[in-house]
Write a protein that binds this ligand. Structure first.
Ligand code: PLP
Length: 397
């Protein structure tokens, strides 16, 4: 985090996102090193800033598109059809038509498969597509669970028995069950389950899969107490798994997707102190655009309140964990005096509170606070239209 850049920008903008290109590049190269023979996709939905996308797509990553507009964004930045994987539930007919033309389309339901088959029949074409599977395993056990994503493993195999989809060729599978997993062991176990299922699908289809998309899962340490995933070890585990099944996967590309690993720690949200007041002995610092500019800290506080500070279940991407964001005060001149503060925003609601009982140097209006881990699911998730404040700018440096 470059203080000088922050100070300069904060003269003009009361709140903004700052993305550190060198951090993004370092995250990319870590993944490339750990997974040398794996195709990596960037999940655009985590941060779709144009400059961020350019940096990532110029460095040998494909796109994981969650909507047809994300397909077009990747296409505009020069990615070819076979480097854009479009996977989302509830695609409209228009989405499907455009997706077939401009991306590697992943069907998310039996209805979608039938629809694509119909389109193929009309156009006298056999469409090569992927299919998202809801498997009979999870990150924690060997059971299947109800999901709005994909087609249940058993139902897919039943469908294969029907032999009705003659205008479709399934060339790949996609599985994504979880974000923000920090256990290297669980991740490698998951990879093994995905590969084993892919081999079954391949056997049943009697033709090799072109790709196996293992989705995301790799988490990032948000709290100071979180242990990062050992991605070098994870890469080694995956590579030994793949060599074990090498003969069955000769022409199969293995794919891993990630959003947050690439962008989360590269983003900082900067907000300015607008006012301060003491009310019934409590000191409030009123900051610009907290909930509306970067919603995640406010949501964490809200969830905390309802859960009596004992949250165990993440709700990605809205909420990951408590204490996920570090608040760094940046007074413009040296300050000796410290105080206990509550950080709130300038909206007309009491829910835009982002921290309580923080010990901070005495900040004055005009000083700024930098918030960490704002690179993923930050700007894209925040309700910037609320209260009609100015749009929040984003900068890549
Ligand atoms: C959101 C999403 C991702 C990215 O998850 P991260 O936790 O940001 O890495 C990957 N794949 C799919 C299918 C997703 O929906």
């Amino acid at each position: 985090m470059d203080k000088k850049t922050i100070f300069n920008l904060s003269k003009k903008y009361s709140s903004f996102y700052l993305y550190d290109e060198s951090q993004i590049l370092s995250n990319i190269s870590q993944l490339h090193h750990a997974f040398p023979n794996i195709k990596l996709l960037y999940s655009i939905k985590s941060n779709s800033n144009q400059e961020v996308l350019k940096t990532i797509f110029n460095n040998n990553l494909g796109a994981d598109a969650a909507s047809i507009n994300e397909v077009f964004m990747a296409q505009k930045l020069g990615l070819s059809r076979n480097n854009i994987f479009y996977s989302a539930p509830g695609k409209s007919s228009e989405d499907i038509n455009q997706g077939l033309k401009n991306s590697t389309l992943i069907a998310d339901s039996i209805n979608e498969l039938r629809k694509i088959n119909e389109i193929g029949k009309c156009n006298h074409t056999i469409y090569k597509i992927g299919v998202r599977i809801n498997p009979n395993f999870s990150f924690n056990d060997e059971l299947g669970y109800p999901s709005k994503f994909g087609i249940d493993e058993d139902k897919l195999f039943q469908l294969f028995n029907e032999n009705t989809l003659n205008n479709i060729k399934i060339i790949g599978i996609h599985i994504h069950l979880k974000s923000q997993e920090l256990s290297t062991k669980k991740l490698s176990n998951y990879y093994q389950n995905v590969i084993l299922l892919a081999l079954q699908v391949q056997k049943r289809l009697r033709s090799p899969l072109t790709f196996i998309n293992m989705g995301s899962g790799i988490g990032v340490p948000y709290r100071s107490t979180d242990n990062p995933v050992n991605i070098t070890l994870l890469g080694k585990r995956l590579s030994s798994l793949l060599s074990r099944f090498h003969s069955q996967l000769v022409n199969t590309k293995i794919i891993i997707e990630s959003g947050r690993y690439l962008t989360c720690n590269a983003g900082t949200y900067v907000t300015r102190v607008l006012d301060r007041k003491v009310s019934h002995e409590q000191t409030f610092l009123i900051l610009s655009n907290t909930l509306n500019g970067f919603i995640r800290p406010s949501l964490a506080m809200l969830i905390n309140k309802y859960n009596n500070h004992s949250i165990s279940v993440a709700s990605e991407p809205l909420f990951t964990t408590t204490n996920a964001f570090k608040f760094t005060p940046l007074p413009q001149r040296p300050v000796n005096k410290k105080e206990k503060v509550t950080l709130v925003g300038n909206l007309c609601t009491t829910t835009d509170i982002i921290a309580e009982n923080l010990i901070m140097p005495y900040l004055r209006p005009g000083d700024v606070i930098a918030i960490s881990n704002a690179g993923a699911y930050g700007a894209v998730l925040s309700p910037m239209q609320f209260s009609s404040h100015n749009d929040i700018k984003e900068f890549l440096i």
